[in-house]
Design a protein around this ligand. Sequence first.
Ligand SMILES: [Zn+2]
Length: 200
Amino acid sequence: MHQYRGRMIIHTGSMFSGKTSSLENDLKRFSIANYKVTAFKPNLDSRYSKREIVTHDKVAFKAMPIETSDDILKEVEKNSPQVIGIDEVQFLKDEPENVLENLEKILEKGITIVMAGLDMDYTAKPFEIVKELMPKADYLHKHHAVCKSCGADAWVSHRKIESNNRVEIGAIEEYEPLCRSCYKKAIEIDKLNKNQEKFI
Ligand SMILES: [Zn+2]
């Protein structure tokens, strides 16, 4: 049996950091090694396709649309995969406690879990579930996009459009990866612009 049996692998980072591509790569490698692989993806993100994990470079891997980790556990119990992939794990609808419990049950069966998820939202606030999962991972990979402003490693996805929704599904038009110092400058500018609007 392979060395990743019952292990948890997490790919995290900002948008455009290559998290999903890394998840896909791992799943492809397990498929090539003839392990039974099932991929899942929370329903919320329907940007391109409900049934596939699609990276920004449009490479697709078949994924089952789900709402909560209960759906994952049910499918695992029904079809006994050896490896599961979960993309956009921050969009799971159940409480972190429930997710942790269900994933623990899956690991106990000797199944490998590979996940990709955003570490922080556009205000640099951590996604609760990813925050809880990160220390539990056997292998944790933090990926970096390139800062749109200065070319250093990016830290967060800055939202360019105005909206207070935590989740605004979008691609390159709505978000830009920025490093910490460029992000701080950008939010200062956003604040100035907002204040100016008030006086017009
Ligand atoms: Zn920068």
